[in-house]
Design a protein around this ligand. Structure first.
Ligand SMILES: Nc1nc2c(c(=O)[nH]1)N[C@H]1C(S)=C(S)[C@@H](COP(=O)(O)OP(=O)(O)OC[C@H]3O[C@@H](n4cnc5c(=O)[nH]c(N)nc54)[C@H](O)[C@@H]3O)O[C@H]1N2
Ligand SMILES: Nc1nc2c(c(=O)[nH]1)N[C@H]1C(S)=C(S)[C@@H](COP(=O)(O)OP(=O)(O)OC[C@H]3O[C@@H](n4cnc5c(=O)[nH]c(N)nc54)[C@H](O)[C@@H]3O)O[C@H]1N2
Ligand code: SF4
Ligand SMILES: [Mo]
Length: 760
């Protein structure tokens, strides 16, 4: 090997190692981070990281009844001992000055401490009053992908079987709803076919609308390891903005926001035209559709794609035709295995479901699915959006174990398990998130229980929705106070935090993992599950909650899984193990690596062709969808000439209640900012650090300009991380609340704004 060659390799290796450090991960798999904290721990208790959907296993070091350190669980397959900077610093979110220690009741506009009895008496009497005066649909529950599975399971049972309404929704609506609908419309069942283990098998990675380096840092470090271990691995990153994830990209595709439908249709067109399809797979395992019931022939689909040749779309998409051809060939190369990963760049869109379908299309056309390294993988955001909401039935249209509220057979099955008259199960789907908060604004919703989420900060178009939160009688179960939601509450209930209670999380790769209780909660804070059970009893539905502990809840929940392809591991196995990817058909079966394919998934018929069967679909075939390009609801115009997109940074978590409490994270990025392209900034006389007005049809924010920062938007695009709770920087006031007609997920990723240097 020549000197120049090895030097280039060395430099490339360095760039990759630097990329991992910027992602807050140690560069080597075998260098386990030491625990942070003070003193030696007396014992180490097994759990899962509190933050992202990666689902890293942790060990919490306990001394004198306090968590003094956290380290990665070396036996958890997700992270093998590794953690990112937020995970390592977890002990610091617990003993903070803004923990809520006692129930609070608002009297004459001021919060006063109350006993649990006083708070629950008031809450339950209000619920009964509303039930009597306005009926069950005037009550609502707004939950979270950060609760434990047991908590959401009980919450939805209380709302449906108890109160008699499907008005239970949660923040996964703002996060995963388009991915759910994408999986269901394509494969007939929710959640990915593969797991993270595909990262170590794939040769080509197609990342679109995911900033893995900042939002899933430990998965990013696995990707970096994969690239380091094999020089032939190629990474395509598609994003309207250059992000830290692009540091390891071989191809960075910077396209016009919301034009990725055209981009992927063009890739499909190239794949077919250039003979890169897997015709046998298409023939045996797929069918073509356009509307919900409109079948298409393969020929008609090819005709549909004629509008999307790379040459026809290159100007609109902002990517040269030759580049589109190049990445289509790389994606489809029959000698390579391809894994796609995406997240909010696709889901948070008015065409979120369609754009999810289009990624699946690319895998189905090439047959690159259902084998190791070939995977169409939607990344999950929250630690338990899958485990606690998609699986337990925590959305207004869902029932436990992937059943549907509108399906009479599904309701009957559940009523039987719950020992109630099926007539007690409401058939009308409840309010989805934005409809629920709109009903509060309009005075139709009279009572709302918010648990483990902060909608007063995280909903879009806040100038419209916040007054509704003030108007409705709102109970907020929270660990910290004040938050942008708890400040609007009538009652605040103090919640035990992560590892102050026992429960189960389910991560983005179908991995169910158990968190043991390590320490007692402070003050009078209680686990949300205890409060849910007590409120259900006080409402008079004692028979619905015969649960003494979390395991009792799990056992009943497991009964709901009988006869489905979504069977989860037993509590005993979960307690002892380090997570199991479902289906786990019985106590002796191993976890499942790949769904819909033998030998892994035993739900597949033994004689299925190629050992593959998409059994969620009536005919066992996955759908290749003809979905046209449709732009975002609000595109720039002469008055609002910029695209605004919002998202995340490594150090902070959502509404900042936890991460702004950690000095190291807060000091790293103390306030949020607006990223601007240098040419746009120069044209408008804006220098780095200047205060800028970000103005939309809804509202205005003032943020400092960031030019050539860690994220670099294309010309005509600005980007704001949404973590800042301070009014002037609370960017969700500026966003519009358009949503996908199918998934009802809001379009956080695209709207139109103007920017100007702040005067005075
Ligand atoms: N540090 C940290 N990590 C987190 C979180 C956190 O708050 N902080 N939250 C977790 C949660 S709940 C979630 S949902 C995930 C989110 O994880 P990601 O989705 O990876 O993160 P985001 O920053 O929201 O958005 C990803 C990218 O979408 C791009 N984008 C904008 N418009 C478009 C478009 O039109 N098309 C496409 N294809 N892309 C576009 C943005 O430029 C951005 O880089 O992160 C999880 N991990
Ligand atoms: N502009 C913009 N807005 C967005 C997004 C975006 O990309 N851009 N993304 C959307 C997405 S994907 C998501 S997931 C949402 C997230 O939005 P939210 O769910 O509103 O944000 P979090 O800060 O995660 O809220 C969790 C709350 O639960 C509290 N908490 C922590 N542990 C416990 C517990 O054990 N029990 C109880 N009761 N409370 C607890 C925390 O203090 C915190 O206030 O934001 C959405 N909003
Ligand atoms: S990657 Fe996600 S789950 Fe893992 S330590 Fe970081 S925040 Fe926690
Ligand atoms: Mo999310």
């Amino acid at each position: 090997m020549s000197l120049s060659f090895s030097r280039r390799d060395f430099l490339k290796g360095m760039a990759v190692a630097c990329a991992m450090v910027t992602a807050g991960c140690a560069p080597k798999r075998d260098t386990q981070q030491g625990p942070v904290g003070t003193g030696e721990a007396d014992k180490w208790v097994k759990g899962v990281c509190r933050y992202c959907g990666t689902g890293c296993g942790v060990l919490a070091g306990v001394k004198n009844g306090k968590i003094v350190a956290v380290k990665g669980d070396p036996d958890c397959a997700v992270n093998k001992g590794r953690l990112c900077v937020k995970g390592i610093l977890l002990p610091k979110i617990i003993p903070t000055k803004d923990r809520v220690l006692h129930p609070l009741i608002k009297k004459d506009g001021k919060f006063v401490e109350a006993t649990w009895d006083e708070a629950l008496d008031l809450m339950v009497s209000k619920m009964k009053e509303v039930l009597a005066s306005d009926g069950p649909d005037a009550l609502g529950f707004y939950g979270s992908g950060q609760t434990f599975a047991e908590e959401t399971y009980v919450a939805q049972k209380m709302m449906r079987a108890g109160l008699g309404t499907n008005n239970i929704d949660g923040n996964p609506r703002t996060c995963m709803a388009s991915a759910v609908a994408g999986f269901i419309t394509t494969f007939g069942e929710d959640e990915p076919s593969g797991t993270y283990a595909d990262i170590e098998e794939a040769d080509t990675f197609f990342l679109i609308g995911s900033n893995l380096a900042e939002a899933h840092p430990v998965l990013f470090s696995r990707l970096v390891d994969r690239k380091n271990s094999n020089p032939d691995v190629k990474i395509i990153v598609c994003d309207p903005r250059k992000t830290r994830t692009c540091d390891i990209a071989d191809h960075f595709i910077q396209f016009t926001p919301s034009r990725d439908l055209a981009l992927m249709n063009a890739m499909a067109q190239v794949i077919i035209a250039d003979g890169l399809t897997n015709e046998g797979f298409i023939e045996r395992h797929t069918e073509f559709m356009k509307g919900a019931t409109d079948k298409l022939t393969y020929e008609e689909y090819k005709t549909f794609l004629q509008d999307y040749t790379p040459e026809k779309v290159e100007a609109a998409v902002g990517v040269p035709a030759a580049k589109i051809r190049e990445i289509a060939h790389l994606f489809a190369d029959p000698k390579r295995k391809t894994m796609s990963m995406w997240c909010m760049g696709l889901n948070q869109r008015t065409r979120g479901v369609w754009v999810n379908n289009l990624v699946h299309n690319l895998h189905l056309l090439t047959g690159k699915i259902c084998s190791p390294g070939n995977s169409s993988f939607s990344l999950t955001g929250q630690p338990s959006a899958c485990g606690s909401v998609r699986e337990t039935g925590g959305l207004s249209h869902l029932l436990p174990a992937h059943r549907m509220a509108a399906n009479a057979k599904h309701r009957e099955e559940l009523a039987k398990i719950w020992g109630i008259d099926p007539a007690r199960m409401p058939s009308k789907p409840g309010y989805h998130t934005l409809a629920m908060f709109k009903a509060a604004v309009e005075g139709k919703l009279k009572f709302l229980w918010v648990m483990c989420t902060n909608p007063g900060h995280s909903l879009p178009n806040l100038e419209y929705y916040r007054p509704g939160m003030e108007k409705v009688f709102m109970v907020v179960s929270e660990t910290y106070h004040p938050t942008r939601t708890s400040e609007l509450a009538d009652i605040v209930l103090p919640a035990a935090l992560w590892m102050e209670k026992e429960g189960v999380y389910g991560n983005g790769e179908r991995r169910t993992n158990h968190i043991a209780k390590a320490v007692d909660p402070p003050g009078e804070a209680r686990p949300d599950l205890d409060v849910l059970i007590e409120v259900t009893k006080r409402l008079g539905y004692e028979e619905l909650v015969p649960f003494k502990n979390t395991e009792d809840v799990w056992k009943e929940y497991q009964k709901c899984q009988e006869g489905t392809a979504m069977k989860l591991a037993s509590y005993d196995r979960l307690r002892k193990g380090h997570g199991f990817t479902w289906p786990v058909p019985d106590d002796n079966s191993p976890e499942t690596y790949i769904r819909y394919a033998r030998p892994w998934d035993t739900h597949v018929k033994e004689d299925a062709p190629d050992g593959i069967e998409f059994y969620g679909r009536p005919n066992g075939r996955a759908v290749i969808w003809a979905r046209p390009q449709v732009d975002a609801q609000e595109m720039p115009d002469s008055e609002y000439p910029f695209f605004l997109t919002t998202g995340r940074i490594l150090e902070h978590w959502h509404t900042g209640t936890m991460t702004f409490n950690v000095p190291e994270l807060k000091n790293a990025v103390p306030e949020m900012y607006v990223e601007i392209h240098p040419e746009d900034a120069a044209r408008l006389g804006i220098a780095d650090g200047d205060l800028v007005d970000v103005i939309s049809r809804r509202s205005t924010c003032n943020l400092k300009a960031k030019i050539n920062g860690r994220g670099q938007p294309q010309k005509g695009l600005v980007y704001v991380p949404f973590h800042d709770p301070v009014h002037e920087r609370l960017i969700n006031r500026v966003l519009l609340d358009a949503f996908d007609a199918g998934s009802k997920q809001p379009e956080y990723k695209v709207c139109a704004v103007n920017i100007q240097k702040h005067q005075g």
